[in-house]
Structure formats: structure tokens, C-alpha cells
Design a protein around this ligand. Structure first.
Ligand code: HEM
Length: 171
């Protein structure tokens, strides 16, 4: 196992541990009705930051597929978008913990699964991105397929969390 694979696995284990703490702590944290509105605003602001940045990367990927941008533009945008994506996800998690009901729901649990998927896929995507950046103008087809799949999994996770959150807020 190379040091970089070991590092990625270590970060992945850290993400699962953090996620377990979130699952355990969320039902125990409750806020007053007034504060709840403020936290809800924070949840949506973090959504704009994180999901907006993730969508920008996907958009550049699409432009590259259409031959409108070089691959180097996609990897550059992806590198720059890392910080806002992770900050957004952290903000969503911190605010989401305060919004969570005392009794966990099935939909809420599925949503937490989608959030774990987004986070673990993000750790994997960061590694793929390094490989793509090092592959020059003609990366191998398997590497491109893995990058496209990571993009698809990211969208699946984000959209699932958005739809479940939207429905939960109206229940
Ligand atoms: C990828 C991460 C996430 C996304 C995209 C997301 C998205 C959303 C959206 C769009 C809403 C609807 C807000 C509204 O219409 O007012 C929402 C609400 C909610 N989210 Fe999230 N969320 C994420 C992470 C989390 C996490 C990690 C938790 C829990 C730890 C959480 C708990 C909640 C709860 C409980 C609500 C309902 C709030 C209410 O009743 O007003 N979310 N989320």
C-alpha cells in the first residue's frame, strides 16, 4: 500500500468516526424556536456555499465533455473548489445537528447516509483529482471513468440530501 493510499484511507476512517459522533449527538441537541430560524438560515447558507461549489466543478466537467474547456481547467477549478465544498459540508453538518429532531426519523437517517456518501466520495475524488492533475492532457480511460463515476455519486448524494431536507422542513 502506497503512503498516499494509506493517507486517503486514514482520512476516510476519520470521516466515518466524525459521522458516527454526528449521528449519536444530533438527537441530543435541541434549540429554542427563535434560534432554530437562525440555524435554518445558516443551514441554507452552507448549502449555497457547498453545493454551489460542487455544482461549479460538475459544470466545468460538462464543458470539458462538450470540448469547450481543456481538462486542466476542470482540475484547476476542482482544486480551488475543495475548500468551499468542505466548509459548506461542515456548516451543513453543524447546523443540521441543531435542527435534528429528538426522535430520529427514517428519512433523516437516509439523509445522514447520503451525507456520509458525499463526504467519503469527496475524499476519494480528492485523490482522483491528484491523479488527473498528474496525468497530463491524455489521462487513461479507466481514470476518466472513475472520475465521471465520482461526479455522478456526488450529485446523487447532494440531491438526495437536498430533497429529503426540503421534505423534512415541510413535514
Ligand atoms: C449534504 C448535506 C446536506 C444538505 C444538502 C442538506 C439540505 C437541506 C435542505 C435543502 C433543507 C430544507 C431547508 C428548508 O427548506 O428550510 C434541510 C433541512 C434540514 N436538514 Fe439538512 N442538509 C444537509 C445536511 C444535514 C445534516 C448532516 C443534518 C443532521 C445532522 C441535517 C438536518 C436537517 C434537518 C433536521 C432539516 C429540517 C429542518 C426543519 O425542520 O426546518 N441536514 N437540509
Amino acid at each position: 500500500m502506497t503512503p498516499s493510499v494509506r493517507f486517503t484511507l486514514l482520512i476516510g476512517v476519520g470521516v466515518v468516526l466524525l459521522w458516527s459522533v454526528v449521528v449519536w449527538l444530533s438527537p441530543q441537541l435541541q434549540v429554542t424556536a427563535g434560534l432554530r430560524e437562525l440555524v435554518r438560515f445558516g443551514h441554507l447558507a452552507a448549502l449555497v456555499l457547498g453545493f454551489g461549489a460542487a455544482l461549479t466543478v460538475e459544470w466545468f466537467g460538462l464543458l470539458w465533455l462538450l470540448g469547450r474547456r481543456p481538462l486542466s481547467a476542470v482540475t484547476q477549478v476542482a482544486q480551488g473548489a475543495h475548500l468551499p465544498i468542505w466548509l459548506g459540508l461542515a456548516g451543513l453538518t453543524a447546523s443540521g445537528m441543531l435542527l435534528s429532531p429528538a426522535q430520529p426519523t427514517v428519512a433523516g437517517t437516509i439523509k445522514l447516509g447520503a451525507v456520509l456518501l458525499v463526504a467519503l466520495n469527496g475524499v476519494y475524488a480528492a485523490r482522483l483529482q491528484q491523479q488527473l492533475a498528474g496525468a497530463g492532457a491524455t489521462p487513461s480511460r479507466p481514470l476518466l471513468v472513475r472520475a465521471a463515476m465520482a461526479g455522478g455519486v456526488s450529485q446523487l448524494g447532494w440531491w438526495s440530501a437536498v430533497v429529503i431536507g426540503f421534505l423534512a422542513a415541510r413535514a
